[in-house]
Every structure is written in C-alpha cells, then in structure tokens.
Design a protein around this ligand. Structure first.
Ligand SMILES: [Zn+2]
Length: 241
C-alpha cells in the first residue's frame, strides 16, 4: 500500500497491517486522501477487513482517527496492537469507548511471544526492539506472525535485526514472506541472522523514502539477496505462488 503498510488477503480472510496511517513524515510515502477515505469508511476494497494490526504507534504506521473510523463502521473488524499504541489510540480517538470491545492489546517481554486468535486467524506477537536511536527505539514494537491458509507471513514493523531473534525459533516456522524496513537488510551481520534464523522464502523490503524509490532496487541487489521484492510502488499487488 504505502511505506510498510499491507493489505493481506488469503481465502476469505483480510488483514490490514501498518496501513492505517496519515502523512507524518515528509520523506515517506502515504496513501492519497481518497484511498484513506475508503479505509475510514470501510468501503470499496476495505469492506471485509477481519483484523487491523499496528506494529507500533509511530505516525508512519498508525493513526488513531483513520483506524478508529474504520472500526466504527465495521463492527466485525478487530484491532490488535501493543499496549502503548492502544493507549495512544484511546487518547486520540474521541469515540474510543464505542469500539473498545473490538480492541485487543498485548506487549510481551522482549524476545518473548504471545499467541492471539481473532476472527479465526492465529497471530503470534513477538516483542522486538524498534530500530534506530532514542526516542524512536523506545516505542513498543511488535513483529506479527500471521498464519493464513497454508501461508505464514511475518511483518517485522520497525524491528531491529538482533542476534536474540534466534530464541524465537522462527526458523522452524517455514516463513513464506518476511516484511521489514529495507535498511535492516543492509549489513552482513543482519543478513546472516535473517538467513540463518528466519530464512523466509520471500522478503518484502519497505519503509523506503520516496526520493530513493528509483535506486533502491540496485542497492538491494548489491547486498546479494536473491528473493527480495522492493515495496516502492504504491498500491502494488503482489501475488504469492
Ligand atoms: Zn517507527
């Protein structure tokens, strides 16, 4: 969709993840207002969303007004996020009390996980540190492993690639798709961790500043990955085999 946001569809299930946000940072991509209105109104492609996930509260991943408006209009949609994100949601959405039964929050300890099942979809939450310096890295950040049909999709949010990822046992999950910020690919140690402890069939690299859109593919190729799709086309549809 934009930045690191995705609409994931499999069989009859649909999940929006890090997709309900508005313009916050000049250098990052955001959906046009007409598309955000469709999300807010739960119409067009966004009529049957089962779950909205937010990895953390930063404005390039989550917006209380857009997310809350959707939940008001589709009472079947559930929301899951870390506790800090839900506190922000409550503070910034006036009608929060009307949708509170649709909202779940969990913040596991670092490098621990928690299983949540919502609308028949199993989601594993992993607490990982947000990448970067203070104050960014203080955000409660969750990676989500989503099981839909035969597919396992791991959305990393803004997680930092860390040697402790080994402890999560992700290598045993046979991950089909890993979504992560493109900069986390660009380090030999990170590459080793990604390949040894996650080994996804495909990697979607997102969170790319729009000014880098034209050159990011060459950059990723220079890192020597074989299975990366670059998320630099807004609302692009990516099919899995
Ligand atoms: Zn962030």
């Amino acid at each position: 969709m934009a930045n690191e946001g995705l609409l994931i569809k499999c069989d009859s299930k649909q999940i929006l993840i890090d997709a309900t946000f508005d313009k916050e940072f000049e250098h990052l991509d955001v959906l046009p207002n007409a598309e955000l209105d469709k999300i807010k109104n739960a119409e067009s492609n966004y009529k049957y969303i089962d779950i909205i996930l937010a990895t953390h509260l930063h404005g390039d991943h989550f917006n209380a007004e857009i997310t809350g408006s959707h939940l008001l209009r589709n009472k079947k949609t559930m929301f899951l996020g870390p506790k800090e994100t839900v506190a922000n949601f409550e503070e910034n959405f006036n009608e929060f009390h009307t949708i509170s039964s649709q909202i779940k929050s969990e913040t596991p300890n670092f490098f621990e996980s928690k299983t949540v099942t919502l609308n028949g979809i199993e989601i594993e939450m992993y607490r990982l540190e947000h990448s970067g310096e203070s104050p960014w890295k203080e955000a409660e950040n969750i990676a989500y492993l989503i099981t839909l049909g035969e597919k396992k999709i791991l959305h990393f949010g803004d997680s930092k690639i860390d040697i402790n990822i080994e402890k999560l046992g992700l290598i045993n999950e046979n991950i089909d798709v890993l979504i992560l910020p493109f900069w986390e690919l660009g380090d030999l140690e990170n590459k080793k961790i990604i390949l040894e402890y996650i080994n996804p069939k495909k990697i979607l690299a997102g969170h790319i500043p729009t000014k880098n859109y034209s050159k990011v593919e060459d950059y990723i190729e220079s890192l020597g990955y074989k299975n990366v799709i670059v998320l630099n086309k807004q609302l692009e549809i990516i099919f899995s085999e």
